[in-house]
Ligand binder design. Structure first.
Ligand code: HEC
Ligand code: HEC
Length: 387
């Protein structure tokens, strides 16, 4: 799906990006590759010109990510919902914010978030992490970290009174007036999130040329995933396994902002999803957008259960059975309905009849996307636990 307003905005944002097809990395790009430790088979991520990545911003962002002083009542940090050992998801169906509000959506893994063309489960106007990060920090409905207008000064004063932070802010933003601001916090956190690159799985070793990195079962799963029976690749393709994709070389004119309904619900037979979250419809009020969500990237997917925007599928086996069934039937209760006949369901979700061997193979392939270095790498870990 294409959204015109979205394209226009992106044109403004990306007007200065590289668009040549024969592409040689400039010195700046090579140093970004080194800074992010990107292997050759990974394209450079798109980084907005207004917030170039530096090691100093990443370092500040990493501290802020793990610091409970960033929540108004000092009980939560970003890490409360994004844990490194779970590839920065949290294992909950839907998380609880710092003041007890229950969120309606499952915490997303942050693996390679920078490569999605839009951010969050279903928002067609969050193109940059800087736009999206206002939400966890500032939102009052539901409250996550709860830094409301009334609380901003108190929260900023915590960082201004800590000499270590004063120094980190100065190093990250050497050309600005000294002191913490919400903008600087967001820019530093966005830089840290951009650095969360997962590119070291067995699958990566395989596509970088090591044929023995995947076993026969995983290779079978890989070909089923990319075949016309399972159809997964139509929505989960490319380096990050999502067609919601961009990198530094993407041409702004041809960027896609896809959202799909994969038949999880059909309440009342009119395509409705549970009222607390109807996906893109909640922003556009267009009934044909009910149940439309971003195809999630599948990096580290074996670590990020439960699945889907509301955590309503427990295991990868059940995810595959969901697709094999061509949608989900809920027999009774408030969510009763036959998702197979959701009028907004993508034409690519038609159901298929897999053997047990095929299901096991696709699961084994998805497990090959687990990156053990990513979930234990000290550069992404809690800096307050060092030594
Ligand atoms: C209370 C739990 C909670 C806290 C705290 C939290 N998040 Fe999240 N995060 C979520 C949920 C839930 C989503 C999905 C939101 C949606 O789809 O609307 C999300 C989405 C994201 C995304 C988008 C990922 C993508 O692939 O599009 C990023 C980036 C992110 N969070 C970073 C952060 C950072 C940085 C912080 C700290 C400032 C933070 N989060 C604090 C729960 C949380
Ligand atoms: C028509 C596009 C489409 C096709 C085809 C498709 N998916 Fe998805 N996938 C999505 C969307 C959209 C979501 C998020 C839906 C939601 O949360 O409501 C999703 C979510 C998922 C998730 C959960 C991600 C998470 O982090 O919770 C997994 C796993 C998954 N898909 C695997 C597969 C597999 C395996 C196949 C092939 C059998 C497949 N998908 C086919 C669009 C698709």
């Amino acid at each position: 799906m294409r959204l015109l307003g979205a394209c226009f905005l992106l044109l403004c944002l990306c007007a200065c990006k590289e668009s040549e097809t024969t592409f040689q990395e400039t010195q700046n790009q090579q140093s970004l590759r080194q800074l992010l430790e990107l292997p050759d088979h990974f394209p450079l991520p798109a980084v907005p010109e207004f917030n170039p990545i530096t090691q100093e911003k990443i370092t500040l962002g990493r501290h802020l990510f793990y610091d409970k002083r960033l929540s108004a009542n000092q009980t939560q940090s970003c890490e409360s919902c994004h844990l490194q050992h779970l590839a920065f998801s949290d294992g909950e169906y839907t998380p609880i914010g710092s003041t007890g509000d229950v969120l309606s959506r499952n915490s997303q893994s942050l693996s390679n978030a920078v490569y999605h063309s839009t951010l969050t489960w279903a928002n067609n106007s969050f193109f940059e992490l800087e736009d999206q990060l206002e939400v966890p920090i500032r939102s009052d409905n539901p409250v996550e970290l709860g830094v409301s207008d009334a609380q901003v000064d108190t929260v900023l004063a915590r960082f201004d009174s800590d000499p270590k932070y004063v120094e980190m802010f100065n190093q990250a933003f050497p050309n600005s007036a000294s002191g913490a601001t919400i903008n600087k916090i967001i820019f530093a956190l966005a830089s840290f999130c951009r650095s969360l690159i997962s590119a070291g799985s067995d699958y990566d070793r395989f596509i970088a040329g090591d044929d023995s990195a995947l076993n026969e079962q995983q290779k079978l799963g890989f070909s089923l995933f990319n075949g016309e029976k399972f159809e997964c690749f139509h929505c989960h393709s490319g380096i990050n396994f999502s067609v919601s994709y961009r990198d530094s070389n993407s041409n702004s004119g041809s960027l896609q902002f896809p959202f799909f309904n994969n038949g999880l619900y059909n309440i009342g037979g009119d395509g409705s999803y549970p009222v607390q979250d109807q996906g893109l419809f909640d922003l556009t009020s267009n009934p044909s957008h009910k149940g439309l969500f971003r195809p999630q990237g599948l990096r580290n997917i074996a670590l990020t259960a439960p699945y889907m925007h509301d955590g309503s599928i427990e295991t990868l086996r059940e995810v595959i059975l969901h697709y094999a069934g061509g949608g989900r039937v809920i027999e009774e209760g408030v969510n009763a309905g036959d998702g197979r006949f959701n009028p907004n369901k993508s034409g690519l979700i038609i159901g298929f009849d897999p053997t047990e061997e095929e299901i096991d193979a696709v699961i084994a392939f998805l497990e090959s996307l687990t990156d053990y270095d990513f979930i234990s790498n000290p550069k992404f870990s809690d800096p307050f636990n060092e030594q």
